[in-house]
Design a binder for this molecule. Structure first.
Ligand SMILES: Cc1ncc(COP(=O)(O)O)c(C=O)c1O
Length: 428
């Protein structure tokens, strides 16, 4: 669900024609819909209302300050994984008491900054890390709260690069170690171990892996409580899917209907729930606009060569991810009613939508059925709000794209396009 729709043959973000934005700001350009961000946050909050979660928006999915600020205005906290993301979350106005901090490689300076900020929770991923946090907290005469990230060994059936809760991954500790972890470190006076954290992967297209992971976490919690430990927080992580293809992902309500009944008894007895959605809030809230530079034929193939490639949107080449791509201006015959890989329309042609970089892997879509495109056409790459700009690079000395936030009839450039001078500024 989002607020990107065709009206009179022209793609609009809320009430603003996409081509107006491209004309004013240039391409490539990320365009975010404020109403979509707000609506996705609202849906998650409403679906999980019975367990009154702290919803910590995952900054890594789209960290633009204006996007984060919008979510802070909705009441969201922030899930961060680095000192840089902590800085962003604070710059966006997130109260430190709503910030949770995960990540396997927290550096001393990052831990110190989070302690000084008095964040809500460190999500701890190893024994070494816990010892380090406790040491730094003691040195600063501080007390912080920690949740142990457990690895429930659940397969989320997603891309192997974003599978994070199986035994082979570097995240968290397995359940057997978790018991020993609490026995060894569960009574530290400076780093108070008060919770459990999960993040099984992303995007997770079914609810079963959550059910399995949450059941394992709750069973562990019962055991730990029986041993006299406090486990007052369960952070369920992120990973809810987004609608890359129309109707292919569960809704927030589907995840909630599977998970909430498991959590309710413990919540009624005082357990606090944290959620860390990123993609499910930001992905459908953003598109990437790119201009076709050339159309070329080679052998049997047609290439639409665009001014955005894997530098602007890495997901197709890195994860083999599907993004629906369509011209922003199109005739009545080609107005898409669904976003899908093989639209049921006549007159489509198969093209490789590629970027300008010197890599064969530089593509946005391969062999994609689309209306015929020509030099100068503006294309929209949909569902690009999450892990789009946040994974963009300057490869081939490409200045990073501009970012625009639309609110109703208005749009604002919320990150200016980089200049060539920006590219070399740190090298002078
Ligand atoms: C610890 C943690 N929480 C939350 C998320 C957000 O996941 P998603 O954007 O799929 O909701 C991630 C993503 O990698 C993560 O590593």
């Amino acid at each position: 669900m989002d607020f990107f729709n065709y009206s009179a043959g022209s793609l609009h973000c809320e009430s603003v024609p996409a081509h107006d934005i491209a004309s004013a700001v240039g391409t490539p350009c990320y365009v975010y819909s404020r109403a979509t961000l707000v609506e996705h946050h609202r849906r998650i909050a409403a679906a999980f209302a019975e367990v009154n979660p702290l919803i910590c928006y995952s900054v890594k999915s789209c960290g633009n300050l204006s996007v984060c600020r919008t979510l802070v205005e909705c009441g969201a906290g922030m899930d961060v994984v680095s000192g840089g993301e902590l800085f962003r979350a604070r710059a966006a106005g997130a109260p430190p008491s709503t910030i949770v901090y995960a990540g396997v490689g927290k550096r001393d300076d990052e831990i110190a900054a989070a302690l000084d900020a008095h964040i809500y929770l460190f999500n701890v991923e190893s024994e070494d890390e816990f010892v380090n946090i406790a040491r730094i907290a003691k040195e600063r005469n501080a007390i912080c709260e920690c949740a142990l990230r457990i690895n429930p060994d659940v397969d989320p059936h997603t891309h192997r690069f974003t599978t994070t809760g199986t035994k082979e991954t570097k995240f968290g500790v397995d359940i057997e170690r978790a018991r020993a972890f609490f026995r060894t470190y569960g009574r530290d006076p400076h780093a108070r171990l008060v919770g459990l954290h999960l993040h099984i992967g992303s995007p997770v297209y079914t609810t079963e892996p959550y059910v399995e992971a949450v059941r394992k976490a709750l069973a562990l919690r019962d055991e730990l409580i029986a041993e006299g430990f406090t486990v007052s927080v369960l952070d369920v992580g992120g990973g809810f899917a987004a609608d890359y293809e129309t109707g292919k992902s569960p809704a927030a309500l589907d995840y909630a209907q599977a998970i909430v009944p498991l959590l309710l008894p413990a919540v009624r007895a005082g357990l606090r729930i944290v959620l860390e959605p990123g993609r499910s809030i930001a992905a459908n809230a953003g598109i990437l606009l790119t201009r076709v530079q050339y159309v070329k034929r080679s052998g049997d193939k047609t290439f639409a060569i665009c001014d955005a490639g894997m530098n602007a949107l890495l997901r197709p080449s890195h994860y083999d991810a599907f993004h629906f791509i369509w011209p922003t201006e199109t005739s009545a015959a080609f107005i898409p009613t669904r976003r899908e890989e093989k639209p049921a329309m006549t007159g489509l042609v198969n093209v490789d939508v590629v970027g300008p970089l010197c890599e064969t892997g530089d593509y946005l879509a391969l062999d994609r059925a689309m209306p015929p495109v020509a030099r100068g056409d503006l294309l929209a790459i949909f569902t690009a709000g999450a892990y789009g700009m946040s994974m963009a690079s300057r490869y081939n000395s490409s200045p990073l794209p501009a970012e625009v936030l639309v609110d109703g009839l208005q749009f604002t450039t919320v990150r200016r396009r980089e200049t060539y001078e920006d590219l070399v500024a740190h090298e002078r």
